[in-house]
Design a protein around this ligand. Sequence first.
Ligand code: SAM
Ligand code: SF4
Length: 326
Amino acid sequence: MIQDTHGRQHTYLRISLTDNCNLRCFYCMPEEEYEFTPTSKLMQADEIEELAKIFVGLGVNKIRLTGGEPLVRKDAGDIIMRLSKLPVKLTLTTNATRVHDFIEIFEKADLTSLNVSLDTLDKDRFIFMTRRDQFERTLDNINLLIEGGFHVKINMVVMKGLNDAELLDFVAWTKDQPIHVRFIEFMPFEGNRWTSNKVVTLQEMLDTIQTKFEIESLYNGIHDTDKKFRAIGHMGTFAVISTMSSPFCEGCNRIRLTADGKIKNCLFSKQETDLLTALRQGEDVVSLIHHNISLKAKALGGQFEANINQIHSEDIHNRSMITIGG
Ligand code: SAM
Ligand code: SF4
């Protein structure tokens, strides 16, 4: 078991396959010219498999592949198939632009649940936010997943004055579709222009949604990061990931492995431990994992408090989201 000093067991590993991406969401990628990590410095497919097996041996029972965009990696299919042989629930977070090439692999790997990012239902706004013209492709692929019977969660990062006017449209989308929309509070990372007045909080989102929809609260599991709701009579659901206004660190069971093989015990942790180099040099990876998790802070990487107005993003030391793996 991988336990921290606050009594939390860690059973959920999120593996970033790459820090490369075919979109350029400004809240995720640093503004300055960004150089992707060279392939030789990334974990190779066999190394990912080996590290994943070590984690499984320590009690991990769920693995999510993420990035960057995991499906831009040439050997993504091979990695998915390798990990599908492990006794874990395997899932994936993607921007959906390449999903059409992977449907068969998902089916073969029994990968039935995916998180897909989509921040707007407006084509021009999509191009503005992602700096790429992939709106139709993304929507088509989301529909492909729904028609294929996959469990689809839609991640929308909500930002004041940018896309928050679309909250009601996203809830309306859940009326006749079996989708699960998750509204994410905008989080601060290096170079992403975060300011507190761009955050739309859980309460503000619910206030807006309730101007049009009657809603009910749904059950939340102890490790869930989202607070779940349903608009009465709707087929799908919606939820809010309230990292900034109402964090969920108490039930955290997550470990992150960056694409260059560093373990991070929290999205906001400053410290990282290099597992890839240790693995390549034949060193004891298990003790490094335990050591890293023993340093885990009680909440929010020990970097800030859940009082949005007192957070100054320039004081937060961390990688950008794209290099961590969301
Ligand atoms: N490329 C894939 C995608 O977009 O779904 C996977 C990686 S992406 C980094 C994972 C998730 O992190 C996405 O849902 C994205 O919206 C979210 N994300 C990135 N930057 C964020 C930020 N600053 N605040 C909140 N969520 C963020
Ligand atoms: Fe790429 Fe996902 Fe980041 Fe957008 S959120 S830039 S799709 S990794």
